[in-house]
Design a protein around this ligand. Structure first.
Ligand SMILES: Cc1ncc(C[n+]2csc(CCOP(=O)(O)OP(=O)(O)O)c2C)c(N)n1
Length: 262
């Protein structure tokens, strides 16, 4: 799993460097979660992306699309060469997630605050049709400032969607500052719990803890509050606000890849 995470991180760095685009910290923050989802947990088939009854993953913080594209390529949904076509003129992979661009993306995203409700619809439909597939939605902590997220949280517990898991990538930073300084979200776990969810709190870079959290069966909708570090894996990017927007220079790319063993 460490090698898989490293490969995904390296792909992301190459992508954002080549396209001179942003959100590298956002992407690196969730790599370990995506690696466990796509290599250990989700019942999916890269050769049959629309497989009936599959598990569905929605990346709600769609500004981190590069991380999902890199993970899908690593898992064999499409050729890795496509990653050179990220966020460039005449490209294949738009900067924010586009479900029509390549196979394996269950929902487009970019405008924050919608993924959870889309996932709720999918989980509700699966339950109504006796389809076994589970639905997992990954949100940002800053994204949880959106009122629509809390409407979804309320509804999911009210409908008792036990086939739904939310994951909060709790990296404590958003685009313009510390999450808890923009809108205080301390006691994130208690907030979800008080809205009727089963809460699991983990280190979001520990592959085993992520897998255990995902496998835990709950009698309510489940949320995994994953404590993460924005920019994880590249020392000079870790927990640094500027890497929400900055793109690594040639020299910075070299330093980052060296740290990741390339
Ligand atoms: C509805 C909406 N408002 C504002 C934005 C602009 N925006 C892009 S990323 C971001 C911060 C997101 O922070 P967080 O959810 O914590 O994700 P992180 O990048 O830290 O992983 C904002 C406000 C947006 N994409 N959508």
């Amino acid at each position: 799993m460490n090698d898989i995470s490293k490969n995904i991180r390296k792909s992301i760095l190459h992508m954002v460097h080549y396209s001179k685009s942003s959100h590298v910290g956002t992407c690196l923050s969730m790599v370990d979660i995506l690696a466990v989802l796509y290599f250990k947990f989700l019942r999916i088939d890269p050769t049959n992306p629309k497989l009936e009854g599959r598990d569905k993953f929605i990346l709600s913080k769609g500004h981190g699309g590069a991380a999902l594209y890199a993970t899908l390529a690593e898992r064999g949904f499409f050729p890795k060469e496509y990653l050179n076509k990220y966020y460039v003129d005449d490209g294949i992979l738009p900067g924010h997630l586009d479900m029509t661009a390549v196979p394996g993306i269950e929902s487009s995203a970019g405008s924050l605050g919608h993924g959870l409700s889309i996932g709720i619809g999918m989980a509700y439909a699966n339950r109504s049709s006796n389809i076994a597939g589970e639905v997992i939605v990954l949100l940002g902590d800053g994204e949880c400032n959106e009122g629509s997220v809390w409407e979804g949280i309320m509804y999911a517990s009210s409908a008792n969607l036990t086939n739904l898991t939310a994951i909060v990538d709790y990296n404590k930073l958003q685009s313009f500052g510390r999450t808890n300084e923009v809108v205080n979200q301390e006691n994130m776990s208690k907030r979800w719990e008080s809205f009727g969810w089963h809460v699991i709190e983990i280190d979001g870079h520990n592959h085993e803890a992520i897998e255990q959290g995902l496998n835990h069966k709950a009698l309510k909708p489940k949320v995994i509050i994953a404590h993460t570090i924005k920019g994880k894996g590249v020392s000079y990017m870790e927990d640094r606000l500027e890497w929400h927007y900055k793109s690594p220079s040639d020299e910075q790319l070299k330093m980052a890849l060296k740290e990741l063993g390339e």
